[in-house]
Design a protein around this ligand. Structure first.
Ligand code: NDP
Length: 260
């Protein structure tokens, strides 16, 4: 099936590894033209240089928590690509910490990253998306937003706020025919988890170590997801073929969620 993404201009934050990079690769294979950012531009360029053989790629160093930095990146992307049809708010990380272990500054920083990391990008790209005939925003969030865990207490609260805010943004932007949806992740094998494995003092391989975590968390399919398994639903939601889906959230967690 043709997802009608050929030539579409898509901006992705946090594209130097994991889900952002896998989504950029899938979109490039669909013929989309891309604007990609991360804070470490050298790493971003190294990770995405192969994509430039397939399509137009704009890369920039940008910290999504910094409004001026985001505005520069988006303005440059719009100028170089001639507009925008889609945005993926993906940049971020999780804070593995219980409430008692987390300082007030860390709590503020976590809410800053989750809320402004998406809001800055939405605000800066809104005008360009409204000029598209298929404007679409996908916010990468987590099942944690509906199912908190004590060891990720502050991240869970910030994600719940982001999920709620994303629904309000969907309401506000539907008058401009911009669709806005959330993808809620479970546990996905990316840089975040590879770093945790490297930092742990385990002598078990990553598959053994992550398999135990999958069992402990009760993931129905018994394993972590892959970045490519996230790239597909994100790409599908960006597709003009998803033209009647807005204000929705999609769980992609291999059955880890406990709610109906
Ligand atoms: P990775 O660590 O593999 O990738 C994170 C990307 O975001 C990198 O490109 C990183 O580059 C970039 N980034 C981080 N902070 C910022 C920032 N302030 N401004 C701009 N770019 C930033 O992680 P994942 O692919 O796993 O994560 C993607 C998203 O999914 C994140 O928001 C994460 O929290 C979320 N998520 C992931 C889960 C998982 O199990 N993997 C579970 C639930 C949610 P750089 O460091 O150079 O900026």
């Amino acid at each position: 099936m043709d997802l009608q993404l050929k030539g579409r201009r898509i901006l992705i934050t946090g594209a130097s590894s994991g889900i952002g990079l896998a989504t950029a690769t899938m979109l490039a294979n669909e013929g989309a033209r891309l604007a990609l950012c991360a804070r470490d531009e050298k790493r971003l360029r190294a990770a995405t240089e192969g994509l430039a053989d397939t399509t137009d790629v704009v890369t920039a160093s940008c910290d999504v928590t910094q409004r001026a930095s985001v505005e520069r990146f988006v303005d440059d992307a719009v100028a170089q690509l001639g507009g925008l049809d889609g945005v993926v708010c993906n940049a971020g990380r999780s804070l593995m910490s219980t409430l008692d272990e987390t300082s007030d500054d860390e709590i503020r920083a976590e809410f800053d990253l989750k809320i402004f990391g998406a809001l800055n990008v939405v605000r800066a790209s809104r005008k360009a998306l409204a000029s598209s005939d298929a404007g679409s925003i996908v916010v990468v969030n987590a099942i944690l937003s509906r199912q908190p865990e004590s060891r990720l207490a502050v991240t869970a609260a910030a994600r719940a706020a982001l999920l709620n805010l994303t629904r309000s943004i969907a309401n506000d932007l539907s008058a401009e025919h911009i669709r806005v949806n959330s993808v809620l992740l479970g546990l996905i094998d990316t840089g975040q988890w590879q770093r945790r494995h490297a930092d742990s003092d385990t002598d078990r391989s990553f598959p053994e170590w992550s398999g135990e975590i999958a069992a402990d968390r009760g993931i129905g399919l018994g394993r972590f997801g892959t970045a490519e398994e996230l790239a597909f639903p994100i790409t599908t939601l960006l597709s003009p073929r998803s033209s009647y889906i807005t204000g929705a959230s999609l769980d992609v967690g291999g059955g880890v969620h406990r709610y109906v």
